[in-house]
Design a binder for this molecule. Structure first.
Ligand code: FE2
Length: 259
């Protein structure tokens, strides 16, 4: 089973490069199932109906979310009506939506789990390690992908080791910077600390760079605005064997100029 996971899709630039490049990637790489982190796909914070449908129509099969899940009001409708969105399992559990879902991929079942980190994160979620234990216990498939939406490298790496041999892959999101540490852990779990950000390339984590520079230089409190211009695509391709173990994991990173 070959999976493509797309790092945090940010605003219209992120959606544009997914729309233009995803069909080619699926075809060229023989991708069976595509998952995207969509928590910033509306335009920085949250996901609205337009962002969901553009990405879904482009070939994204499932969505994971993060700390900005509830920033746009559309998400309440989307979580009720769309069964391909997975929101954090260890936060706001009384709200609609599920923190893990099982998808049919050919004749196999793929479980997708979304967890929020707790270190330097706002809001503070429940313990993601224990949440993962509780979910895995209920699963009846060896094909399990975890999107761990967290700030610190240490918390992400620790979860990777903690779940080694129990899930197919642990992929991090949230920092918007792709890490260069894709590997297969000793018991067969594919691991990448952060898949990166799919969106505006000449930016600070997706935001207009001049706004952020002004914050650091002058202490200004300008509202964050999404950057535009050249677009980057960040993600990771994960190949799983018949036992659900990872046999190959490779980061994907390319960009296209704005026309
Ligand atoms: Fe985030």
């Amino acid at each position: 089973m070959k999976l493509l996971f797309i790092g945090d899709v940010s605003g219209p630039p992120g959606r544009m490069i997914v729309q233009s490049e995803l069909p080619r990637l699926i075809d060229e790489e023989g991708i069976d199932f595509t998952i995207a982190n969509g928590e910033n796909s509306a335009g920085g914070f949250g996901m609205h109906c337009r962002a969901f449908h553009e990405l879904h129509d482009a070939g994204v099969d499932a969505f994971t979310m993060g700390n900005h899940t509830w920033d746009k009001k559309d998400i309440h409708t989307l979580l009720k009506e769309q069964d391909c969105i997975v929101r954090p399992a260890n936060y706001n559990t009384e709200q609609p939506g599920l923190g893990w879902r099982v998808f049919g991929v050919g004749d196999k079942q793929l479980a997708v789990i979304n967890l929020l980190g707790t270190v330097n994160m706002d809001p503070v979620a429940d313990n993601p390690f224990k949440a993962a234990d509780a979910i895995i216990k209920q699963l009846d498939t060896p094909y399990i992908l975890v999107d761990f939406h967290a700030e610190t490298t240490s918390e992400k790496i620790a979860l990777g080791w903690y779940l080694d041999g129990r899930v197919s892959a642990v992929v991090g999101t949230h920092t918007h910077v792709q890490t260069n540490d894709a590997r297969i852990l000793p018991r067969g779990t594919g691991y990448l600390t952060d898949a990166g950000m799919t969106g505006p390339r000449d930016s600070v984590l997706g935001v207009d760079k001049n706004i952020i520079i002004d914050r650091f230089v002058n202490g200004s409190k300008q509202r964050f605005e999404l950057a535009y211009g050249d677009r980057q695509f960040n993600g990771v391709i994960i190949d799983l064997d018949e036992r659900g173990r990872c046999r190959d994991i490779r980061a994907v990173n390319f960009w296209q100029p704005a026309l």
